[in-house]
Design a binder for this molecule. Sequence first.
Ligand code: ATP
Length: 533
Amino acid sequence: MKKYLLHYKKENAVLLFLMIFINGIETSFAFLQMYIGKQVIEGEIKKVLLVVAFNSALAYFFYVLLYIRKNYQTYLISTMNTELRNDISKKILHESFEKNVGTDSGEYVSWYTNDVREAENQGFQVFYSYMDTGFRLLMGAISLLFIKWELLALTLVVSGISMYVSKRFSDKVEKYAEKVSLAMERYTDKVKEQIAGICILKSFGNPQKFYKEIMEAGKAFEEEKCDFAKNKGKENYKSTVISIFGINAINILTFVLCVLRIIAPEIIFGSLNLTNQVGNAFSQLISAKLQIAGSRPYFAKVDCDKNTEENRISKKLPALKKEIVLENLSFSYGKKKVFENINYTFEKNGKYALVGKSGSGKTTLIKIMLGQLGNYQGKIYYDGEEISSFDGNTYYEQMAYIEQDVYLFDCSIRDNITLGSDFPEEKMQEVLDMSALQNDLKTLPDGLDTKVGENGKNLSGGQKQRVAIARALIHNRTILFVDEGTSALDKENAALVEEALLACPTLTLILITHHLKEENISLYDKIYSLSYE
Ligand SMILES: Nc1ncnc2c1ncn2[C@@H]1O[C@H](COP(=O)(O)OP(=O)(O)OP(=O)(O)O)[C@@H](O)[C@H]1O
């Protein structure tokens, strides 16, 4: 949280100054009360009325300032929330592909929604209330110094003890908050998963699964929340007991000093007000401290410094000059061996087919080469250098992967191809030809500007794959992995796409297929077969 507060230090300084000023006015009410008390005792009605009028005017000014402060605080918090969201995006983008692919999207969604909300409620909001209370405490303490230094001395002792003890409480609260944050991620993920599959559940007449899964995930989340609230309440209770003792000690000292005539009786009007101000500030400070402790896990999660540590390798993967060599490559998912001791060579601009029965590990092999899966045995040499010595986040600058299930953004076909960058029209036409999209565009209402809908739901599976191929080609990805990319295309278009890709002299193509066409076999440089038993 410190990082965000410091990033907007000027704005925060203005806000804190406003808080000091407002607290100064609030404290001055105690002195006005003391003065009114004195005039009442002396029977000076005129003076009483005058001071009461002044008090009212000051109160009006006080509330105007309070209104300004609240609005400014809201503006600052929303600015810092935006910064926090930017950092979440930065963190996700900096993470390795392996981490991105391995993380359920619901977890990431939870960072942007739940975590930002908690960081705001338990972090920024509470920090300001902590500072506000701190200033109130300070003003109260200074005022008490003017009345009687013994009152201030006691105030400081009580505050010291409370702060010391509350440190232990806040460490515990932080641990419970961390659990809630993880539970929230799991819950968001489950809801997302069930909503994505709602049509399947409805069409198979199984809506109970939808209720059950969401209810169970919700229950688990609520249990963690209750656990957090219960434990925070327990720690809060302990700290409140301490501060009640503190307030009572200060009040008793005020009465004793008054009975002993060490302080004047009229002073009790204001000093009780001040001691209560100070005492309440104590308990609020401790409670705010506990809440701030609860917000720490939310900020720690998006700490980009930790993240950049993960990506220490900064060497970018260059364009392929000669070949990619797989040497004795083996891979297992846990105990399940997928393949063993593979020795393949993919030469620059070569055309390769990867065949093998379902489950033989074709997709797994591609994912390893793309850096989505680590933990393999053996070596992958990229122009003679081990591929793991390059930054995994730059593999995609050279390679593109056309998955079995292509992802499209909810925008036009053109934007899905260009991803927002500018390309000359000739280049666009060239890739549309190569990916055999031209005929489809003629049948679509707005051609290239047709909106594809959420994850391309307005297009057929084949069209989606062709858009993905065009996207890869226009971005000059020269190593293309097509995972059964043509299986969803109709026969005629499949042949067109495959032939266009095979004919492209500047493309290194690795096509995963179940159905290798007899007439195309001669067009491939090599056909690798994965058949580990
Ligand atoms: N994340 C995973 N965790 C555990 N096992 C997995 C995982 N992904 C794949 N597998 C298993 O690894 C094996 C190889 O899967 P892979 O998807 O690589 O096969 P494939 O040859 O591409 O299959 P297909 O031709 O049907 O697409 C399969 O038995 C699969 O069940």
